[in-house]
Write a protein that binds this ligand. Structure first.
Ligand code: PBG
Ligand code: ZN
Length: 334
């Protein structure tokens, strides 16, 4: 026992400052947030996403105007998703790294110029660009061809690095892709400039539903259960995290966030030397917004409780569609 036996504990949190002392490392500031953004090829596009109230796909001409107030409120990093036209999709996702057909590449250039201090991360995956909607390249029998997939993902990552992003974030869950990407970045001279944020423990989750609508990336057949993790398996999650650390990942991610706090904690305890990211995914966003709209709770109160929980579990950076709202609130409360 470290404290007096019979005096209870209330005395230790009877004042707001005392309560702050009781919650170390759970505060939220701009560097704890990353904002995911969907880019549409229509340069003047501003498209509502029905399943994610308040989130839009942005064309590059609208992007800077949208982000300016958010950056002014302290935004430090973004995560870009390209959402190409349906017509450009093929078996191998050729459009993913084609500047004419992937809206991500022009978006990187525009953002670098407009916001020189903003950290730009790019999601690296094939599902948004393949005709079959799977995250890798398939064999003739419809299974993942792991070697072809990791090779292709490394090409895509390299092209985003060449376009000027700071971080590549592979979300595909293929085996060995961190090593393939790190190797190709190193060979091309980006070894000390571009980092890899691994979607390391990414579970096969129904909470990605609204995203697949936003990014038009649902699989045309089958599901992702042979590469994304089974929700009940902490064993595989730890092996995936260890694998990615051993292959050279700079940063780790657990995804979804809210219902995987145990995985976040275990992964952070195991690899305290790596910054830990948690992705509050589209379905978590939609769930929280819709429950608040239904009057079940106050949105900002609920959101801050979720953010504190993620930090308490060991998250350093939260990837969240709420980033603009959180930053606005932080400025208001100052
Ligand atoms: C694609 C990808 C997905 C998300 C990020 N990258 C969906 C999926 O794997 O089906 C989910 C993000 C979200 O739901 O907000 N590999
Ligand atoms: Zn994918």
């Amino acid at each position: 026992m470290t404290s007096g036996a019979n005096f209870g504990i209330h005395s230790g949190y009877s004042h707001p400052t005392l309560r702050e002392w009781q919650q170390p490392n759970t505060s939220i500031g701009p560097s704890n947030l990353m904002y995911p953004i969907f880019i549409t090829p229509d340069v003047d596009g501003e498209v509502e996403i029905a399943s994610m109230p308040g989130v839009k796909r942005w064309g590059i001409n609208k992007l800077v105007t949208h982000l300016k107030p958010v950056v002014d409120n302290g935004l430090k990093s973004v995560l870009l998703f390209g959402v190409p036209d349906e017509t450009v999709k093929d078996e191998v996702g050729s459009a993913a790294d084609d500047p004419e057909r992937s809206p991500v590449i022009p978006a990187i250039r525009v953002l670098r110029k407009a916001f020189p201090d903003l950290v730009i991360a790019c999601d690296v995956c094939l599902c948004g660009f393949t005709s079959h909607g799977h995250c890798g390249i398939l064999t003739s029998t419809g299974h993942i061809d792991n070697d072809k997939s990791t090779k292709r993902l490394a090409e895509v990552a390299l092209s985003y690095a060449t376009a000027g992003c700071h971080i590549v974030a592979p979300s595909d869950m293929m085996d060995g892709r961190i090593l393939a990407i790190k190797t190709s970045l190193r060979q091309a001279g980006f070894g000390n400039k571009v980092s890899v944020l691994s979607y390391a423990a990414k579970f096969a989750s129904c909470f990605y539903g609204p995203f697949r609508d936003a990014a038009a990336s649902a699989p045309a057949f089958g599901d992702r259960k042979a590469y994304q993790l089974p929700p009940g398996s902490s064993g595989l999650a730890i092996r995936a995290v260890d694998r990615d650390v051993s292959e050279g990942a700079d940063f780790l991610m657990v995804k979804p966030a809210m219902i995987y706090l145990d995985i976040i904690k275990t992964a952070k305890d195991r690899h305290p030397q790596l910054p830990m990211f948690a992705y509050q995914v589209s379905g978590e966003y939609a769930t929280i917004i819709n429950a608040a709209k239904a009057g079940l709770y106050d949105l900002d109160v609920a959101l801050s409780e979720v953010l504190v929980a993620l930090r308490r579990a060991g998250t350093d950076v939260i990837i969240t569609y709420f980033a603009p709202r959180i930053l606005a609130k932080l400025n208001q409360d100052k």
